[in-house]
Design a protein around this ligand. Structure first.
Ligand code: SAH
Ligand code: SF4
Ligand code: F3S
Length: 445
């Protein structure tokens, strides 16, 4: 009987994609993937180190398995991804129930490690070698219409608070042809939307022998027959510029959404964060983008409570959020991440203050999102029908081109279709409306 594997993913979309590749490789080797940990003989956590909270959750999940592991020593437990890379063998000491560790560059080794871990005590692969651009065996995808496609690995930016360059290594771009071939095969399998993934997609092409840029890549993917939508994440504001905005304006399959993490509205804090732009540089780019791509949806990431953040710095962030008026924002409380540089600066903003600033900005964004969504009432929006609405069985859900969730009465017959929805009401997070045109299909009566 084949062994059952439970694989749980924490962290960003790159980790989600890595988990798909791990699942694909394991299926090829005859394992079965299960979503019930209790029936699994192998339990794997693909982990994130971006904030302490993310690591604590994994620690808690592994510790919960302690008594089961005592009763069933055959159970294999693995910690994969960024935490394995950050802590290495130390994790075996802290979590004695763990049998295998593999860093993000070693995901291709997981099937082999798992086979070895059955006969040997503990196995580990966390060499920081460059990540190979090779294809993983077994092309497993968790979505049906929308798929992630890696275009590059690692990051060279070293924002002072960030662990990612330390655990994912330096930037390596995949070849344009390999990316285009992967997208073509996804479209042949019925996928409609791809999200191109990299920590900083705007520096795509660095180090490749052919001089390729991210806008070149977007153009190539836009030309693939049958593709409906192209999204990408993430863009670093210092590198997002006119050629990208022009590509977004001219290429019809590229969605009108940009995730552009601001992090802080204070130039002092941006400098300490090593972000390499000022707020006014950022604002200038947003103004140009809005002129070139009307209707563009903007989202962002904000960190509150960075060391030495004073009330006036926080107020600058608040004003920036009001001025830019994002469609959505993720707000995070600063968490020191040794060996990232900022961990050398005293973490001097008290937890209570971080929490309060976090809540204030979330409440502010809620108001802004609601006002922006209200502005869309009466408009018609193109939506890719992705699945059933979580709230009501009679409704389907999808996202607008600007990446705003939208629900509307419809049947499953429209799954995977691009439809037009007239917006008639909204909450801060979700637009509601009625389908006015189902492309290529007649509406179900
Ligand atoms: N490469 C992407 C994603 C980085 S991680 C980017 O540059 O946008 C996602 C977000 O987590 C970051 O944008 C940042 O807002 C937040 N983050 C990263 N490190 C953090 C830390 N040490 N404390 C709190 N938030 C952090
Ligand atoms: Fe981290 Fe900055 Fe790189 Fe994003 S760009 S992954 S925040 S170092
Ligand atoms: Fe987390 Fe690693 Fe992604 S630290 S955010 S899973 S790159």
């Amino acid at each position: 009987m084949s062994k059952k594997v439970f694989l749980r993913t924490f962290g960003c979309q790159m980790n989600e994609r890595d988990s798909e590749m791990i699942a694909g490789m394991l299926k090829e080797k005859g394992y079965e993937i299960t979503d019930d940990p209790d029936e699994a003989q192998v339990i794997l956590f693909n982990t994130c180190s971006v904030r302490q909270h993310a690591e604590d959750r994994v620690m808690g999940n592994v510790r919960q398995l302690r008594s089961r592991k005592k009763k069933d020593p055959e159970l294999r437990i693995g910690v994969l991804g960024c935490m394995a890379q950050r802590h290495g063998e130390m994790l075996f000491k802290e979590l004695p129930e763990v049998d295998l560790l593999a860093g993000p560059s070693n995901i291709y080794d997981v099937p082999d490690l798992l086979a070895r871990s059955v006969s040997s005590e503990k196995v580990i692969a966390v060499d920081k070698k460059k990540r190979p651009g090779k294809k993983a065996a077994g092309d497993h995808r968790s979505g049906v219409f929308s798929a992630f496609v890696n275009i590059m690995y690692g990051c060279d930016n070293f924002c002072s608070y960030c662990i990612v360059p330390h655990v994912r290594g330096r930037e390596v771009s995949r070849k344009k042809k390999d990316i285009v071939d992967e997208v073509k095969s996804l479209i042949d399998r019925g996928f409609k939307e791809v999200t191109l993934l990299g920590q900083n997609v705007n520096s795509y092409g660095k180090g490749l022998s052919s001089r390729t840029t991210f806008p070149d890549l977007l153009e190539a993917v836009n030309g693939i027959r049958g593709i409906e939508r192209i999204r990408f994440t993430t863009s670093h504001p210092k590198d997002a510029a006119k050629p990208l905005f022009r590509a977004m304006a001219e290429l019809d399959k590229v969605c009108t959404h940009l995730h552009l993490p601001l992090q802080s509205g204070s130039d002092k804090i941006l400098d300490l964060m090593n972000r390499k732009y000022t707020y006014s540089d950022y604002l200038g780019k947003v103004e140009l983008l809005r002129k070139m791509v009307p209707g563009i949806g903007l989202s962002t990431d904000i960190i509150v409570g960075f060391p030495s953040e004073k009330v006036r710095d926080f107020e600058a962030t608040r004003r920036a959020m009001e001025e830019i008026s994002y469609n959505s924002a993720f707000v995070f409380k600063y968490s020191p991440r040794p060996p990232a540089m900022s961990s050398c600066i005293v973490d001097d903003v008290p937890e209570e203050v971080k929490k309060q600033r976090n809540n204030e900005l979330l409440a502010l964004q809620k108001k802004i999102s609601l006002a922006n969504n209200r502005g869309l009432i009466g408009t018609e929006q193109e939506v890719l029908v992705e699945g059933k609405s979580r709230m009501s069985g009679a409704e389907m859900m999808g996202r607008t081109s600007a990446n705003i969730p939208c629900v509307f009465p419809a049947t499953e017959a429209l799954l995977g279709e691009l439809v037009w929805v007239r917006i008639d009401s909204t909450t801060p997070n979700t637009l509601k409306g009625k389908v006015v045109q189902a492309k290529g299909r007649r509406l179900a009566p």
